[in-house]
Design a protein. Structure first.
Length: 255
């Protein structure tokens, strides 16, 4: 069979030119479509597998720096553990005069004890710091290194605790001035590294700093002059063993 493709009229006899009709092979077309769908499904699966693998690796890396949480030990157990050393006691500075405000423009301003430039400790806060320090000494909790943020209110709190010579560090500086030390992500990393540093054998490290930087690093924070008891996990992270309110130090030795 053929079908007409052109008709030419003239004085000569009419000539009809014919061309063969080519029919498509449905089976071949279906096979090609099936192949394409199979290949696309394979590519989609490969992409999904790659994304899943990257997500798992990201979560593993993230969890290695996120603090662990454990069931809170009883007072007597915690006191016994602290007496053996191996912990970091992160104190938020003592209560301050909230009528004062920070006007920090440079890192030099942080250390100012001028109430017109930075918020200072309240008298009640100073008395409370001395009281907690005396309680820790009475409980015979060994302290090795003592670190404090450069702010006047944190270094003064550390001195009033009277647990050892005070050294300053910007690793745990106030998160409100994070841009002065490279930004919030940089501060979070340096703070976590500091908190994950194990103390010398048989001692505990004391750090006095701010609530907001601990929140940035650990996702929680103690109240003013409250403390977070931390233990390095040896993998670049740390465990938040317990949060202590200021008044709880006096009850640790009651059991």
């Amino acid at each position: 069979m053929c079908s007409p493709t052109a008709v030419t009229a003239s004085r000569r006899p009419t000539v009809i030119s014919c061309a063969p009709v080519i029919k498509s092979d449905c089976r071949c077309t279906d096979s090609l479509r099936t192949f394409r769908r199979t290949r696309q499904a394979g590519e989609d699966k490969a992409v999904t597998t790659t994304l899943y693998t990257k997500l798992v690796l990201f979560l593993v890396a993230l969890l290695s720096t996120v603090p662990d949480t454990l069931a809170e030990p009883a007072d007597a157990q915690l006191l016994d553990a602290l007496r053996h050393g191996g912990y970091t006691l992160y104190f938020r500075h003592a209560p301050t005069e909230w009528s004062q405000q920070d006007r920090v423009r440079t890192l030099t301003d942080c250390a100012s004890c001028d109430p017109q430039r930075t918020r200072q400790l309240a008298e009640s806060g100073r008395a409370l710091a001395e009281q907690i320090g005396a309680t820790i000494r009475r409980l015979r909790i060994p302290v090795g290194e003592v670190w404090a943020s450069e702010y006047c209110r944190t270094t003064e709190t550390a001195r009033l605790l009277n647990l050892g010579d005070v050294r300053t560090t910007r690793d745990v500086i106030n998160a409100r001035v994070a841009e002065l030390v490279g930004g919030r992500e940089v501060l979070a990393r340096t703070a976590r590294k500091r908190l994950a540093t194990a103390p010398a054998e048989g001692t505990n490290t004391v750090i006095v700093a701010h609530g907001n930087v601990f929140l940035l690093a650990a996702g929680t924070r103690p109240p003013e002059l409250g403390a977070a008891v931390l233990r390095a996990n040896g993998k670049g992270g740390f465990t938040v063993v317990r949060l202590l309110a200021p008044e709880e130090w006096a009850t640790l030795g009651d059991g």
